[in-house]
Design a protein around this ligand. Structure first.
Ligand SMILES: [Fe+2]
Ligand SMILES: [Fe+2]
Length: 456
């Protein structure tokens, strides 16, 4: 075994999870060891740097499983992976000793990132994984005690920007901003240094709010908690519905609306250009829809933010193969099922007794309707689609278009809206979005300034 091989132990994981892990570890320098739950107390050599456990069985309660594993491997990450929703209580699992718990397929992306980061940490530098950091959180000229890199999507490569201990070069930052990027990357194991740096910087700026990087991370984490609460509850009462709604309002208030008015355009830019998962999609769309509503003066931003949080929850109720297949790759049957998700989202909200305004329900139900009537589920056209739904649909499309993809150049906000507009002008049979709304939205974006340093 080479020095840099990371020992990983799996215990009683389900066959479909086994395959997921194997695919994930493909090409990484990992020694994988397996164990049955009945042998949990046996000593394993080499000592694992990471433990992945399957779901509790009838012989072990979640509590016993977590505590037994924690006793054996007190100082390493222990992750629980389940595929059944029933009894999945992330917060309890963590309280009992698991480092984190993942529900597949909903958490697939998050699990992948987490395992990769844990392996990187355990490999003492042999494996490097990166976390996105917003450029706006870094001050040119200051000394950074962490490495930074830029990501080049067209070549799928990270290139070093500055080394630990270097001062951040103002000219380089300007150049990056000009090339439409709003994000640079920091090795995951150096993120603590970034957090200390940004906390110190916010203090000197006399700002109490958190950095944009943290706001984004926390928003995504809050959406994840919200969704697992939504899906794993077996009984729904008026009280549980109220509690979920309260969580939603909290998320909207503390992460989405806070400071949004003064930093309107900057906030829109900050959402762009990251590879995301289901949770960051919901949080991005929520932020964008609220900001669009503010800028356009249509609807209430809070309603749009709430609709954005919940618009795609129906997807999580679809069969696993539909959830994990790209829309472009779906067969006819999968696509038909996929197209039911707006109705399922609404059904789930009702079932969970989450009482939201009719406007919010309509926006969610109609977020895939298109202006020329070619959308779903009802094929409504023009202004039969509610204004809020039209804005939500645009925010949804906007997030999709501005995401970082391998082999694709990044788009500025103005470029994304211009592309939607030009596609419609070039093919009048495909007027998918309200031309008036597009025109107004475009007038709000400074044309191609790249990423500005942001308003106060
Ligand atoms: Fe959707
Ligand atoms: Fe969506």
């Amino acid at each position: 075994m080479s020095l840099n091989t990371v020992p990983l132990l799996t215990i009683g994981i389900e066959p479909e999870v086994e395959q997921f892990i194997l695919d994930l570890l493909n090409k990484t320098n990992v020694t994988k060891m397996e164990m049955n739950m009945d042998h949990m107390l046996e000593t394993v050599t080499p000592r694992p740097a990471l433990v992945i456990s399957g779901p509790p069985t009838k012989d072990f309660s979640p509590n016993e499983l977590a505590q037994t594993l924690r006793m054996q491997y007190h100082d390493v990450p222990i992750y629980l992976i389940c595929t059944a929703r029933d009894g999945f209580e992330r917060k309890d699992f963590i309280k009992n000793g698991f480092t984190d718990a993942f529900l597949l397929p909903l958490d697939a992306h998050r699990l992948k990132t987490t395992i990769n980061e844990s392996l990187a940490l355990a490999s003492s530098g042999a494996i490097v994984v990166y976390r996105p950091v917003k450029i706006i959180d870094l001050e040119p000229g200051t000394t950074l005690d962490f490495d930074t890199s830029v990501y080049l999507p067209t070549n799928n490569k990270y290139v070093k920007l500055s080394h630990k201990g270097d001062a951040l070069d103002a000219e380089k930052i300007e150049k990056i901003k000009k090339s439409k990027m709003n994000t640079i990357f920091v090795p995951a194991d150096q993120m603590q240094s970034f957090y200390s740096y940004s906390a110190k910087r916010l203090r000197t700026l006399e700002k109490t709010s958190m950095s944009e990087t943290e706001r984004k991370e926390k928003l995504s984490a809050a959406v994840r908690d919200l969704m697992s609460g939504l899906f794993t509850q077996t009984v729904s009462s008026f009280e549980s519905g109220q509690a979920i709604l309260k969580d939603c309002s909290q998320i909207v208030k503390s992460y989405i609306m806070q400071g949004a008015e003064s930093e309107w355009y900057t906030r829109i830019q900050q959402v762009l250009g990251e590879k995301g998962d289901h949770y960051s999609h919901s949080s991005n769309v929520s932020t964008l829809a609220a900001l669009f509503s503010m800028g356009l003066g249509i609807g209430k931003p809070e309603d749009l933010a709430l609709a954005g949080l919940l618009h795609d929850i129906g997807i999580a109720d679809l069969p696993a193969d539909v959830q994990t297949t790209d829309i472009g790759q779906m067969n006819k049957h999968q696509l038909e099922l996929y197209k039911t998700h707006p109705e399922i989202s609404v059904k789930l909200i009702k079932e969970r007794k989450i009482v939201v305004h009719e406007v919010v329900m309509k926006a969610i139900l109609q977020h895939h309707e298109l202006y020329n009537g070619t959308g779903y589920p009802k094929g409504f056209y023009g202004d039969r689609i509610s204004k809020e739904a039209q804005i939500l649909a645009l925010a949804d499309q906007f997030d999709y278009m501005t995401q970082l993809k391998v082999g694709k150049a990044l788009m500025t906000p103005a470029q994304a809206v211009m592309k939607i507009r030009d596609d419609q002008i070039n093919d009048p049979s495909r007027i998918l979005y309200n031309p008036e709304i597009l025109k107004k939205l475009l007038s709000l974006f400074p044309a191609d300034l790249g990423v500005s340093s942001g308003a106060a």
